[in-house]
Ligand binder design. Structure first.
Ligand code: CA
Length: 219
C-alpha cells in the first residue's frame, strides 16, 4: 500500500513547515505549496488522497482554488483551514465544495483525526465509481453494468479505469497515466495497450481518445 498523498497549501511558511512535518510523521507523502497558483497547478496535475487548503492565500484565494478544482472535476476530499472562523465563512467554504473545515488556531491532533475520518468516508464511497452505463467496483475488481451483468478486470485495467473515473471530465495525458497507473514503468505505449484491453472488454465508448492530448472517460 502506497503512502496516502496530501497536498497542503498554506502561505504561512512556519505553519506550512509544521504541517508538512506532522503529516509526514503521520505517514502521508506531502506536497507543500505556498500560494494558490502553485496549489492549483499541483491539484490539477497530480492525484491526492486528501487536500488541506488555507482559506486566505496569495495569488489565488483558497475558496477560489477549491472551486476551480471542483469545476475541473477534482473530487478529492478537502479540508479548509480558515482564520475567520465564523458561521458565514463556514457556509461559504462548505458551499464551495469542501468536506470539512477547521478554524485557526487549531489543535494538530484534531486536524489529523479529521483527515483520517475524511479519508475513511471517502474510501467507502470511492470503492465504487460511476461509469457510462455502469460502475467500476474496486474491491471486486469488476465493472457492473446497469443491466447487472459484470465484467472482470485485471488489476491494471481496473487501476486505469478507476483513475479515469475519478476525474470524469479531465483529459489525462499518456505520460500522466503512465505515472499514475504504471509507476512510470515502460513507455507510454503500455497505456495505449491497456486502453485497447478495456475497450475490447467494455466497448469502444468506455474511453474517449482526445487527439493530441490523451484519454478521458467516455461520456
Ligand atoms: Ca493564510
Amino acid at each position: 500500500m502506497n503512502a496516502p498523498r496530501v497536498l497542503v497549501v498554506e502561505d504561512d511558511p512556519q505553519l506550512l513547515g509544521v504541517l508538512a512535518t506532522l503529516l509526514g510523521e503521520e505517514g502521508y507523502a506531502v506536497d507543500p505549496a505556498a500560494d494558490g497558483q502553485r496549489g492549483l497547478h499541483l491539484g490539477l496535475t497530480r492525484s491526492y488522497d486528501v487536500l488541506v487548503l488555507d482559506r486566505g492565500l496569495p495569488v489565488v484565494d483558497g475558496l477560489a482554488l477549491l472551486m476551480c478544482l471542483r469545476e475541473r472535476g477534482v473530487v478529492t476530499p478537502t479540508l479548509l483551514l480558515s482564520a475567520l472562523g465564523n458561521p458565514a465563512d463556514l457556509i461559504a467554504v462548505l458551499d464551495a465544495g469542501a468536506e470539512d473545515y477547521l478554524a485557526k488556531p487549531f489543535d494538530v491532533g484534531e486536524l489529523l483525526a479529521r483527515l483520517r475520518a475524511l479519508r475513511r468516508r471517502h474510501l467507502d464511497v470511492a470503492r465504487s465509481l460511476p461509469l457510462p452505463g455502469g460502475r467500476v467496483d474496486l474491491d471486486a475488481q469488476q465493472v457492473v453494468r446497469d443491466d447487472a451483468s459484470a465484467v472482470r478486470l485485471s488489476q491494471r485495467e481496473c487501476a486505469l479505469l478507476a483513475t479515469l473515473a475519478t476525474r470524469p471530465r479531465h483529459v489525462f495525458s499518456r505520460s500522466q497515466l503512465l505515472g499514475l497507473v504504471f509507476d512510470d514503468a515502460g513507455s507510454e505505449v503500455v497505456v495505449d495497450t491497456y486502453v485497447h484491453y478495456l475497450r475490447r472488454k467494455l466497448g469502444r465508448q468506455i474511453i474517449d481518445t482526445v487527439r493530441g492530448r490523451g484519454y478521458q472517460l467516455g461520456r
